[in-house]
Design a protein around this ligand. Structure first.
Ligand code: ZN
Length: 318
């Protein structure tokens, strides 16, 4: 992988584009009884972090980027737990969600689904290298990251009893990554989606051929539809403001439109770059307030690769 460009100009640009991804635990707020979110405050590479309490134990969802952020999360969760046992899980292996897990060793039991454990092992080192190219503040956060082996790996689903509250950990199958999982708190109607949902942003397609082509637009749409059908009361996205079920229908609408607009152009044998340009223009007009426009073209690239795969079922839409 390429070295970080040395010129001060480029380094400045990168730093301006990506500020220090610091997690601020003081901003935590309770979104349901004993369910807290440490919000991302709109800062890139800061995830929404969850802390879910039961009578006997507390589950932390996602770590923040790097060990120093994760220490703050761990200490905050331990304070909140007041002696209750600690668990950690991560929604998927991407660095801002999982690359702080090492500091929970000895303090919490780390649980993940099998596909995510494989992602951590196989994809983790490459992502560490890639993210270290994203400027000095991010590289500093990642300096001391070491790979972590989860304490407990489950296959597709795991019910975690926190005492008077059972939390459902569910692998969704490949979508935003190979090993995505969602965390559901049924008694409170809360769903933590990781990056399967972003609020106020275009869906993040980590489509980096040839290094990583795990993301699947068609599977992601199917997963989003299944999650929307469960109609959770509160949806905690990977990034962006906590919201309601509308966040899930927004993702469905966007992914449907992205697929439809990409595939109809493919039907007409338009070239991939032209499709990306046209679809990006269309989507920006449709969602003018959304950030992360760079992900539209990557989504088009991913869906072009899936064009031949499909039962050519293009969803009806507006
Ligand atoms: Zn992600």
């Amino acid at each position: 992988m390429a070295e970080l460009p040395e010129t001060a100009e480029v380094a400045d640009m990168v730093e301006q584009a990506l500020p220090d991804p610091a997690v601020h635990v003081a901003a935590a707020r309770e979104i349901a009884r004993d369910v807290l979110v440490v919000p991302d405050r709109g800062v890139p590479l800061v995830p929404n972090i969850g802390i879910i309490g039961g009578r006997d134990a507390v589950l932390v969802v996602d770590t923040g980027l790097g060990p120093r952020n994760a220490e703050a999360v761990r200490d905050f969760a331990a304070d909140h737990a007041r002696g209750r046992r600690l668990y950690l899980t991560t929604t998927h292996f991407h660095p801002e969600h999982a690359f702080g897990a090492q500091v929970f060793a000895g303090a919490a039991t780390y649980l993940v689904n099998g596909d995510q454990a494989e992602d951590l092992r196989e994809r983790g080192p490459g992502y560490l290298e890639m993210f270290r190219q994203l400027g000095e503040p991010v590289a500093r956060r990642l300096a001391d990251v070491v790979p972590v082996r989860p304490d407990h790996v489950y296959d597709r689903s795991h019910d975690l009893d926190l005492g008077g509250r059972v939390v459902r950990l569910r692998a969704t199958g490949r979508a935003h990554s190979r090993g995505d999982q969602v965390i559901e708190v049924p008694d409170a109607g809360v769903l933590f989606t990781g990056d399967l949902v972003e609020a106020g942003q275009f869906a993040i397609f980590p489509w980096f051929p040839p290094h990583d082509t795990d993301v699947s637009g068609t599977r992601w749409l199917a997963v989003a539809r299944r999650l929307a059908a469960r109609d959770p009361r509160i949806v905690v996205p990977g990034h962006g403001e906590v919201g309601g079920p509308r966040l899930l229908t927004d993702v469905c609408d966007y992914l449907e439109a992205l697929q439809r607009e990409t595939w109809t152009r493919r039907d007409a044998a338009v070239g991939e770059q032209a499709i990306a340009d046209e679809v990006a223009e269309l989507m920006v007009r449709r969602y003018p307030q959304w950030t992360g426009r760079e992900w539209i073209g990557k989504g088009v690239g991913c869906l072009c690769s899936e064009y031949a795969d499909g039962e050519r079922e293009v969803p009806a839409g507006n």
